[in-house]
Write a protein that binds this ligand. Structure first.
Ligand SMILES: Cc1cc2nc3c(=O)[nH]c(=O)nc-3n(C[C@H](O)[C@H](O)[C@H](O)COP(=O)(O)OP(=O)(O)OC[C@H]3O[C@@H](n4cnc5c(N)ncnc54)[C@H](O)[C@@H]3O)c2cc1C
Length: 461
C-alpha cells in the first residue's frame, strides 16, 4: 500500500485547499465511473480539481516524486472502468478547466481546455456556422478530454469519422511534468511521427491532455431523420447494405432492437412502435436542396427491404424526439435493474447480421435481457444488459455471456471496441483481438512515456 499522505500535504500547499478533497465520503463518490460494473473495492486517496496547466504540472511532478498513481477524470461517463480507482491514487478532475479558448472561423479550428462539455462546444461552433461532428450519445455531459482519451465516436462517425479525425494538436503534461505538443495548428502535418494519434484512445495512460486544437468543418445547412421499422434484423441490415452499395452517405445509420424500443417507450414515451422487431434511425444532412433527393432514394430502399413503417422528422421538435429516444436507451435500461452494462463490439459490416443474431442467442442462452442499439452503419453494436451485481448467479451468467460475445466478435473478424475503449473491464480480453507483437509494442510505448507507471495504471493491458 502506497503512502499518499506526504503527497496530499504537498498538494494542499500547491493548490487552493478547497480544490483538494480528502474525506472518505468525497473520495467514495469518485471511485467508479459510468461502467459501474462491480462493487466499489478501492477509493482514491484524494480528488484534485485543477484549473491551469501549471497546476496540472505541480500535481504530476509531486505524484511522480512519491510514485502515486494519477487518474484523470472528465465527467466520469466512460463505460469501461477507464477512470475506476484500482489501487488508490489521486483523481485529477478537469471539470473546472473548462474554457473554450478560441474558435477561429478562418482556420476552422477550436482551441479548448479538456473539461469543456462536448455539447457546449458543438453549440458554440454551430453558432458561427461550423460543425464538430463526434457525438457520443451522452454529449450533453461528457468532456473533450474524456472523448480524446477514449477515441469517442458516436452516431455521425459513419459519414464524418470520430475524434481521431478532428484532433490537430494536443498540449500534454507528461509523466515527468514536462509540456509536450503533439501536432500543429495546420490542416496537414507530415512532420515526424503522429503523436496526436498516439494520445487519442490512450485512456489517460500516456500523458495528461491540458489543451486541444480541433478541426472544424462547415455546418450542414439542413438535416432530417427517418426512423424505419422492420420485422426482422436481416431485412434491416439488408437496407443498410443497399444504402451503402448505392454510395449514399447518410450522416448516421443507427439501430434499435425490439427490447431497446420497448424499454425506451416504457420509461420515456416518444411514440415509438413497440410491436416491431427493430428499427433503423437514419439521418440525412447537407444542402437543403439535396435533402429530398437523398430522402427519396433512401425511402425507396427501405420500402424494397419491407420496412413496415417509416417515421420522418418534419421539424426540430420531431427531430429531437427521435434522437432523444435513440440516445435514452442506456438510461431506460438502467431503470430495469440496479445496474446496467453496455458493450461496444464491432465487425466488418458484411458480418453484422450474424453478430446481432449471435448476441441475441447468447443472451437467451444465459437468460439475460439485452437491449441492442448501435451505429450499424459502422458495423458496431452496443448490447446493453441490465443486471443486478448483488445477484451472484446473474453476475456469473453475465460474465459468461460477455466472454461468448467477444469470442463471436473475434470469429467474425471484429474487435472489442469501436469507440468506448478498453479500460479496466476489457483488459483481460484484449489479446483475443490484438496480435501479441502489437501488445508488446504498446507496452513499450507505455514504458517510454510513463516508466514508473503512475498514469492510470491497470488499464488497457
Ligand atoms: C449513456 C452513454 C452513452 C454513450 N454513448 C457513446 C457513443 O455513442 N459513442 C461513444 O464513443 N461513446 C459513448 N459513451 C462513452 C462516453 O461518452 C465516452 O467514453 C466519453 O467521451 C467519456 O468522457 P468523460 O468526460 O466522461 O470521460 P471520463 O469517463 O471522465 O474519462 C474517460 C477516460 O479519459 C481519461 N481522461 C479524462 N480526461 C483526461 C485528460 N484531460 N487527459 C488525459 N486523460 C483524460 C480518463 O482517465 C479515462 O481514462 C457513452 C456513455 C454513456 C454513459
Amino acid at each position: 500500500m502506497l503512502n499518499s499522505k506526504p503527497l496530499i500535504k504537498e498538494l494542499k500547499k500547491a493548490l487552493t485547499p478547497e480544490n483538494v478533497l480528502t474525506t472518505v465520503e468525497e473520495c467514495y463518490a469518485y471511485a467508479q465511473d459510468a461502467a459501474n460494473t462491480r462493487k466499489i473495492k478501492n477509493i482514491p486517496d484524494a480528488v484534485v480539481f485543477v484549473k491551469t496547466v501549471e497546476e496540472v504540472q505541480r500535481v504530476i511532478k509531486n505524484a511522480a516524486r512519491y510514485k502515486i498513481p494519477v487518474i484523470c477524470r472528465g465527467a466520469g461517463t466512460n463505460v469501461v472502468g477507464a477512470c475506476r480507482v484500482e489501487h488508490g491514487g489521486i483523481i485529477l478532475n478537469f471539470s473546472k478547466m473548462n474554457k473554450i479558448l478560441d474558435i477561429n472561423p478562418e482556420n476552422m479550428t477550436a482551441r479548448v481546455q479538456p473539461g469543456v462539455i462536448l455539447g457546449d462546444l458543438q453549440q458554440a461552433v454551430e453558432d458561427v456556422g461550423l460543425f464538430y461532428p463526434p457525438d457520443p450519445s451522452n454529449l450533453k455531459v461528457s468532456t473533450i478530454g474524456g472523448s480524446i482519451a477514449q477515441a469517442s465516436g458516436g452516431a455521425k462517425t459513419f459519414k464524418y469519422g470520430s475524434t481521431k479525425d478532428y484532433v490537430l494538436d494536443l498540449q500534454v503534461v507528461t509523466a515527468q511534468g514536462k509540456i509536450l505538443r503533439t501536432g500543429s495548428n495546420t490542416v496537414k502535418n507530415a512532420t515526424g511521427y503522429n503523436l496526436s494519434s498516439l494520445f487519442i484512445g490512450s485512456e489517460g495512460t500516456l500523458g495528461v491532455v491540458t489543451e486541444a486544437t480541433l478541426k472544424l468543418i462547415p455546418k450542414p445547412e439542413a438535416k432530417k431523420v427517418l426512423m424505419a421499422y422492420f420485422d426482422t434484423v436481416e431485412t434491416a441490415i439488408q437496407a443498410v447494405n443497399m444504402i451503402i452499395a448505392l454510395r449514399i452517405f447518410p450522416a448516421t445509420i443507427d439501430f434499435m432492437d425490439k427490447n431497446a424500443i420497448q424499454t425506451v417507450e416504457k420509461f420515456y414515451p416518444a411514440g415509438l412502435l413497440c410491436d416491431k422487431d427493430c428499427a433503423l434511425v437514419i439521418e440525412i444532412d447537407g444542402f437543403e436542396c439535396a435533402i429530398p433527393y437523398q430522402q427519396n432514394i433512401i425511402e425507396n430502399i427501405l420500402k424494397k427491404c419491407k420496412a413496415s413503417q417509416i417515421q420522418i422528422s418534419h421539424n426540430d421538435e420531431e427531430y429531437d424526439r427521435i434522437w432523444t429516444a435513440r440516445r435514452s436507451s442506456m438510461g431506460a435500461c438502467a431503470k430495469l435493474k440496479p445496474n446496467v452494462t453496455t458493450d461496444d463490439v464491432i465487425v466488418p459490416r458484411e458480418n453484422l447480421a450474424k453478430l446481432v443474431r449471435g448476441i441475441r442467442k447468447i443472451c437467451d442462452k444465459y437468460d439475460l435481457t439485452a437491449c441492442l442499439v448501435g451505429h450499424v452503419g459502422d458495423g458496431s453494436v452496443h448490447p446493453q444488459i441490465p443486471i443486478n451485481y448483488n445477484d451472484e448467479d446473474e453476475y456469473r451468467r453475465y460474465k459468461l455471456a460477455k466472454a461468448e460475445i467477444y469470442n463471436l466478435t473475434a470469429k467474425l473478424g471484429g474487435i472489442l471496441s469501436g469507440e468506448h475503449g478498453i479500460g479496466a473491464d476489457k483488459r483481460e480480453h484484449i489479446s483475443q483481438v490484438i496480435n501479441s507483437v502489437a501488445i508488446d509494442y504498446m507496452r513499450m510505448i507505455k514504458k517510454t512515456f510513463d516508466p514508473d507507471n503512475i498514469l492510470n495504471p491497470y488499464k488497457i493491458f
